[in-house]
Design a protein around this ligand. Structure first.
Ligand SMILES: Nc1ncnc2c1ncn2[C@@H]1O[C@H](COP(=O)(O)OP(=O)(O)OP(=O)(O)O)[C@@H](O)[C@H]1O
Ligand SMILES: [Mg+2]
Length: 264
């Protein structure tokens, strides 16, 4: 059996999970997170290569939020990260620094911010249409919300950085292995500037044994990437996140770590 097939089997085998649970059931999410893969070598390389597009002295960088599965929090993550980014970059009502680009044909993000304009915080703008703006448009960062799976491939190809939200459930974790491989193949074959940036566990309930076990699986999968892929602090499942309370703190730790990693 190939190494990747064996890895996949261990992901979908409930007996393996429950056995591991006996040993690891007492460990908290924080303890598990202490073992997260970090990839300083990769980050150093990314800093050199991802500033490909220069605009007015400042690079316009493109971050795509993509995942193998639907409903894992891509749109929510795009909106929160765009908001935190604009705060970090000092955006104001008068000066937009972050553009949200809705590349999902369901237009969920577009419909959401059209219905609730207050969700576009100072410094964040929704880009009209589906094309990337020109590098001299004045925006420092574009965050692309994508459709699930490889329907997003053109968005990923256009990006320098790809963030992968994952839900700690059977299918989400099992499909992560192939997805990371596919995205990496795209980098090799089509988009040498594009990098997998990190994995972000979403809607996590740290009290459940299942989520703790699958978080460990995600860390194992991310750690097996070459170079290893960082796993960001998980975003807990909270109703205020579901209701888009953008002042909620649940994304803060992940956003800070992500932006520090990406040197934003
Ligand atoms: N941290 C969270 N806590 C609670 N609910 C969340 C959280 N993150 C996302 N949700 C909810 O989960 C659902 C799916 O989220 P979202 O629409 O962001 O996923 P998606 O990956 O963009 O889905 P799709 O593939 O359909 O575009 C939404 O109802 C959203 O409000
Ligand atoms: Mg979506």
């Amino acid at each position: 059996m190939s190494a990747s097939r064996a890895r996949r089997c261990s992901l979908i085998c409930p007996i393996a999970w429950s056995r591991r649970g006996v040993v690891e059931g007492m460990r908290t999410i924080d303890e598990l997170l202490a073992e997260r893969p970090q990839s300083e070598q990769w980050l150093a390389r990314d800093r050199k290569t991802s500033h490909a597009v220069e605009a007015g002295g400042k690079p316009m960088r493109v971050l795509a939020v993509g995942a193998p599965k639907g409903g894992v929090g891509k749109t929510t993550t795009s909106l929160y990260l765009a908001t935190r980014l604009a705060e970090r970059l000092g955006g104001t009502r008068e000066r937009s620094v972050v553009g949200l680009l809705d590349r999902d044909h369901s237009r969920h993000l577009t419909r959401l911010v059209e219905l609730r304009e207050e969700l576009l915080r100072p410094g964040v703008t929704l880009i009209e249409g589906t094309a990337l703006p020109p590098p001299d448009c004045g925006l420092e960062m574009i965050v692309i919300d994508t459709p699930p799976g490889l329907a997003a491939i053109d968005s990923l190809q256009a990006a320098q950085m790809v963030l992968v939200p994952v839900q700690l459930e059977d299918q989400g974790v099992a499909s992560l292995v192939d997805y990371l491989d596919d995205v990496d193949m795209q980098r090799i074959a089509v988009s040498p500037q594009m990098r997998l940036l990190a994995v972000l566990p979403t809607m996590v309930d740290g009290r459940t044994l299942m989520h703790r076990q699958r978080l460990k699986d995600v860390m194992q999968i991310a750690g097996a990437q070459r170079p290893p892929l960082p796993v960001l602090p998980p975003v807990p499942r909270r109703s205020r996140i579901m209701n888009f309370d953008l002042s909620a703190v649940e994304y803060d730790a992940a956003a800070k770590e992500l932006f520090d990693h990406a040197c934003v």
